[in-house]
Every structure is written in C-alpha cells, then in structure tokens.
Ligand binder design. Structure first.
Ligand code: PGA
Ligand code: ZN
Length: 422
C-alpha cells in the first residue's frame, strides 16, 4: 500500500494549548492521530518539541514539529509502501538520531507512529486493537477513574495529584463504567452538601478545597457507599500522589507536614489497613531510589506499586528497576517514549520481569482514543483515563464499551486479579 500523503496540523488540547495532529494517506484511505501532553512530567521523558516562540501560545506552539512531519519525515515515507510498524518506528528513531528524540520531537514521531498503526488496521479491515494485538487481544482493562484532582492538575490545597476509583469487582467493563459514573455523581452530592466546590481539575475529577489526603479517601469511601456499592468488593481505590511534585530536601511536604520515605511508607501502610487501596503510583519521588526500594520491600506484597516519573515508559529503565526491585508495576504513556513499537517493548519488558502495567492518558488530552485499543492490544488489564466526565476522557472509556460489545462472548473483564501480580 503506497503512502500518498503525510501532513500535520497544530490543534488544541483539553487545556487549550497546542498539540499535534497527524494525517497519513495511502491506498485511498486516510488515518488521523493526535498526541497528548503531560504537565507533571518525569525528567527523563522523550522530548515534546515546542517552538519556544513567546509571541505564540506562550512559547508552546508546535509548528516546528509540524514542519518536521511534513518535511523530513514525509520525504522518507511518501511514495513508498507503508512499512510494518517496527520498521517504520526504527526508521523514525534513526532519522531522529538522538536518545531522547530531541531533534524531531517525540510528539512528531509518535503522531506518525500512531497514524500508521491506524492506517494499517484500516487496510487490514480489522479494529486497531486486533491489528496491534492479534486474536488474543480480548482482555478489557479495569479502568481507574481520577475523581478527585490535586497537585499540578488543580489549584486546591491538596498536594496529592490523583484519587482514583477502580471498579475491579464489577463483572464487565460497561458495568464498571456505570458503577463509577454513579459514584462520581454521589460524590458531587456529598461535596455540595458540605458546601465544597464541584468544579473540576484537568482530568475531570472534582477539585474541592480539602487539605489532607485522608479527607479525600474518606470522601471516596462515602461516595461508593452512597451509590450503593461496597468499597473493597465492587470498587477499590488507586492513588497517584505524583510525589516528585512535593519532594524537597529529601522530605515529602504536604498538608503542612514533612516526612521522609520511611514515614511515607508507614503512612501508606496505615492506609492499606483502613482503605481498600490496591495501587499507588509515584508514591515517592522519581529520584528517591532508596525510598522506592524500601517502599517496595515493605508494601510490595500488599499492593501494586507503579512507576511513572521514574520509569518514563522506557524499556531499559524498566529492566533496571526489575533488577533493583524498584516498584512492581509500570505506567505506560506512549508519548513518554515516542513510538508504538517502544511502548510495546516496555510492556513486554515489564511482563517478562513479572511487573504489571497500566496504560495511561496524559493530563492534556484530545478526543483521540488510541490508548483504549492499545490497552486491549497489550492485554495488560489496566487503564487510567481520568474522570467519567469530559469528552477527551470519555472518548477512551466509551471506545472500550464499544470494544467490549464488539468482542461479544470473547470479551473478558480483567477484574481484581490483575492487580495482584504473580
Ligand atoms: P501528566 O500527569 O499527564 O500531567 O504528566 C499524569 C500522571 O502523573 O500520571
Ligand atoms: Zn503519574
């Protein structure tokens, strides 16, 4: 199938900042993909190329990335047959020529990589999850819904970034989505009854003026019960404190307190006794390896410990973490590494080492639903895509409802066991 066109466009993401949309054409068909953008980013993520021209979008324009797609990358692809995904991604990596994709930008490269995967699926007449994952791709992920936002994603006093509902005990994806939507609305009712704001943060979760993470956890348990579900049976809790954001001078600063990694581990341990928590991501800072090793040793058998800012979806970093027993699960964000081939390698490296994986959106999103298909293709059984509200978040969840329907009796819902590891 001969590629006849490759173009890129500067569009806006869910925060109103520019991001990249790529369109690839071949054999009379057309596929489009857009790239998300994070705010609480890990130091070692692949580069998101921005123009730096203060006269446009506060320097956040992506016209340079557009030019690379339509210039250098198009010159290599247009007029040639659409290569297999791995060959295409290797070609893009070589063309860029830097370890962190700092020349062409991971946004430019990922947009092309995603569009190519979509176009290939179209050409094969298969849904994207089946094109990427084959006939074994039948596992629907447990969705983790960020219903209370803090940290870099909201302007409330809460330093912890994400409080998620994980409806792992529901029988199907659609029932999981329903349970959490009902709980989200119950939570709104509870907040209103206490004169707390129901305005939302970047990922669609409420951002009330609360200070202690325990206040957020209590609210979640109350909301689950108010909606008629049982905490710890139907719906569980997953957290992403994004602790790099409140780590200074080897201490974690929140709610007016300061703790070292040992005290944080103790605090998390107490929470495990009191709340139905099954996963904590970035519970400690990205540079605090010693703290991570301690946390994993003490609590790794009791919960999932997910690395995001420290692993940055990099297969080599994941392999290193497995060696050093840092965490026991990996967050998968395609734009942290920059190609579909590499994010697949990261998932494989994790699974080889007995680590679990959660596919993830970014706080700046578009309505592109690629990661929904990716989560099924990789068969990892977990996804997070924000609250059950806002179109860019629902695009992914609603796509999974459609996939579940399409798979019919072949569909399996991952459920509670997926958080337990080997
Ligand atoms: P980001 O945050 O997309 O703003 O980087 C998401 C996360 O920390 O998981
Ligand atoms: Zn995170």
């Amino acid at each position: 199938m001969r590629i006849t066109g490759l173009s890129a466009l500067e569009i806006l993401d869910s925060r109103g900042f520019p991001t990249l949309e790529v369109t690839l054409e071949a054999g009379g068909a057309q596929a489009r993909a857009s790239v998300p953008s994070g705010k609480s980013t890990g130091k070692n993520e692949a580069l998101e190329l921005r123009d730096g021209d203060r006269g446009r979008f506060e320097g956040k324009g992506v016209l340079k990335a557009v030019a690379f797609v339509e210039g250098e990358i198009a010159a290599r692809l247009v007029g040639h047959d659409l290569p297999p995904q791995e060959d295409l991604d290797r070609m893009l990596i070589l063309l860029d020529g830097t370890p962190g994709k700092t020349r062409l930008g991971a946004n430019a490269i990922l947009g092309v990589s995603m569009a190519a995967a979509r176009l290939r699926a179209q050409a094969e007449g298969r849904p994207l999850y089946a094109s990427l994952g084959g006939t074994a791709a039948t596992l629907l992920p447990v969705p983790c819904f960020n219903v209370l936002n803090g940290g870099a994603h909201a302007d409330n006093p809460l330093e912890f970034q994400e409080f998620m509902l994980a409806p792992a005990g529901r029988p199907t994806f659609a029932e999981a989505l329903r349970a959490v939507a009902e709980t989200y609305h119950a939570l709104a009712g509870i907040l209103k009854s206490r004169s707390l704001s129901v305005s939302v943060g970047d990922e669609g979760g409420f951002a009330p003026k609360i200070t202690y993470p325990e206040d957020a956890l209590d609210l979640m348990v109350q909301a689950i019960e108010a909606a008629g579900y049982k905490p710890g049976r139907d719906i569980f809790i997953a957290l992403d404190p994004a602790a790099s954001g409140f780590y200074q001078g080897r201490r974690y600063h929140f709610a007016g307190e300061a703790h070292d990694a040992v005290a944080m581990t103790e605090r998390y341990g107490h929470w495990l006794d009191r709340y139905p928590i099954l996963s904590i991501e970035d519970g400690l800072a990205e540079d605090d390896d010693e703290g991570w090793i301690h946390l994993t040793k003490v609590l790794g058998s009791r919960m999932q410990i997910v690395g995001d800012d420290n692993f940055v979806s990099d297969p080599r970093r994941v392999e290193d973490a497995i060696q050093r027993k840092i965490g026991n699960a990996v967050l998968l964000k395609p734009n942290q590494i920059g190609t579909i081939t590499e994010i697949t390698e990261t998932a494989q490296a994790a699974q080889r080492g007995g680590y679990r994986c959660m596919v993830s959106h970014r706080s700046g999103e578009t309505t592109d639903d690629f990661i929904a298909d990716l989560s099924v293709a990789l068969g990892v059984g977990q996804i997070k895509s924000g609250a059950p509200a806002r179109g860019e978040r629902l695009a992914k969840y609603n796509r999974l409802v459609r996939i579940e329907r399409e798979l019919g009796p072949r569909a399996r819902f991952a459920g509670r066991g997926v958080f337990e590891g080997k």
